[in-house]
Design a protein around this ligand. Structure first.
Ligand code: KMH
Ligand code: ZN
Length: 271
C-alpha cells in the first residue's frame, strides 16, 4: 500500500549554527519543500522563522511562505501551530486563519527539552473547534500515551472528525523515548481507522522510521527531526533525508503517494 511522505525542513529548535544548510527564511523553505516534492514528499510540515531566524507565528511571513511554496509545487501544507516554545499559544493558534490544508494540533502541555511546550486545555479545544469550522485537518501530534487519550476525549466531545490523523512523535526529551516498544505500544492503542505517521527525533530517526513504514505507517523526514544523515555526519540539506525515506518506503514495496492520493488517504476535507 502506498506511503505518505511528509517533509519537515526546519523545525523550531535548530539554527544555521547547528547545520548551515538549515532552511529558515521563506524562500529557502519554499526551495527545500519544492525539492522534497520532486523527491516524493506530498506533505510539507512548516515552521516559520522571523528575520533573525527566531520561531514566529507572524501571519505575513506565514502567508508569504505558503505563497512561495504554492508557486513552486502543489504539495499539501501542514502548518505547525506548535511554532516554537517561546511563542504564546494565543499567537500560534491564529495561523489556522490562513486555511492551510492541515495544521498540527498538540493536545497536551509538556516539558520539551530544556523548555516547556504550553498547550492549555481550553486553548486546545478552541483551536480544534476553529480548525473544524475552517476545514483545516488537524494532524494530532502525540508524544506519549496520555496524549492519545486526550485526542480521543476531543473526538468524543465532537471536536475532531474521523479519520483521526496522528503523528507518533518519539524521542523528544519530555515525551516517550524513541524505542520500538514505545512505537508498538502506541500503534496498538490507535483507534480503528486512524491514519498515522512515525516521527522519530534524533539518533533513532532512521531505525524507527524504517519500523514505522514496515508497520504500515506513513513517515516524516527532514531537518526538524535530525540534523545528521548518520552518526557524526551532518546532512547537507533536507534532500538526503527525504530521498532516504522514500527509498525505505519503496524497498518495503510501498510506493509513495502523490498529492491527490494523499488528500484521500489523510481524509482531508474537500475544498
Ligand atoms: N513546536 C515544537 C515545540 C508542531 O509542529 O506542532 C513542537 C512541534 C510540534 O514542532
Ligand atoms: Zn513541528
Amino acid at each position: 500500500m502506498t506511503a505518505v511522505i511528509t517533509v519537515a525542513p526546519t523545525g523550531p529548535i535548530a539554527s544555521k549554527a547547528d547545520n548551515p544548510s538549515l532552511p529558515t527564511q521563506p524562500a529557502e523553505i519554499a526551495e527545500a519543500v519544492g525539492r522534497a516534492y520532486e523527491l516524493g514528499a506530498s506533505v510539507a510540515h512548516i515552521h516559520l522563522r522571523d528575520e533573525q531566524d527566531r520561531p514566529t507565528a507572524d501571519l505575513d511571513i506565514a502567508r508569504r511562505t505558503m505563497d512561495l511554496i504554492a508557486e513552486r509545487c502543489p504539495i499539501l501544507v501542514q502548518m505547525s501551530t506548535g511554532v516554537g516554545l517561546s511563542v504564546p499559544f494565543e499567537e500560534r493558534e491564529k495561523l489556522v486563519e490562513l486555511r492551510p490544508r492541515m495544521a498540527t494540533l498538540n493536545p497536551c502541555s509538556m516539558s520539551f527539552g530544556v523548555g516547556e511546550f504550553r498547550n492549555p486545555p481550553d486553548g486546545v479545544r478552541r483551536l480544534a473547534a476553529r480548525m473544524r469550522e475552517l476545514d483545516v485537518k488537524p494532524e494530532l501530534e502525540i508524544y506519549d500515551t496520555g496524549h492519545l487519550d486526550a485526542c480521543l476525549r476531543l473526538r468524543d466531545e465532537g471536536l475532531l472528525a474521523e479519520p483521526l490523523q496522528f503523528s507518533i512523535v518519539l524521542g523528544v526529551v519530555g515525551g516517550a523515548s524513541a524505542t520500538a516498544d514505545n512505537l508498538m505500544t502506541i500503534v496498538r492503542r490507535l483507534p480503528e481507522g486512524a491514519i498515522w505517521q512515525i516521527i522519530s527525533i534524533g539518533r533513532a530517526n532512521l531505525e524507527l522510521t524504517a519500523m514505522g513504514l514496515a508497520l504500515g505507517g506513513n513517515a516524516r523526514a527532514g531537518m526538524e527531526d535530525t540534523l545528521y544523515l548518520r552518526k557524526g555526519e551532518l546532512t547537507q540539506g533536507n534532500d538526503p533525508l527525504v530521498a532516504r525515506t522514500v527509498a525505505l518506503a519503496r524497498a518495503l514495496d510501498r510506493p509513495v503517494a502523490g498529492v491527490q492520493e494523499t488528500e484521500i488517504l489523510l481524509g482531508l476535507p474537500r475544498r
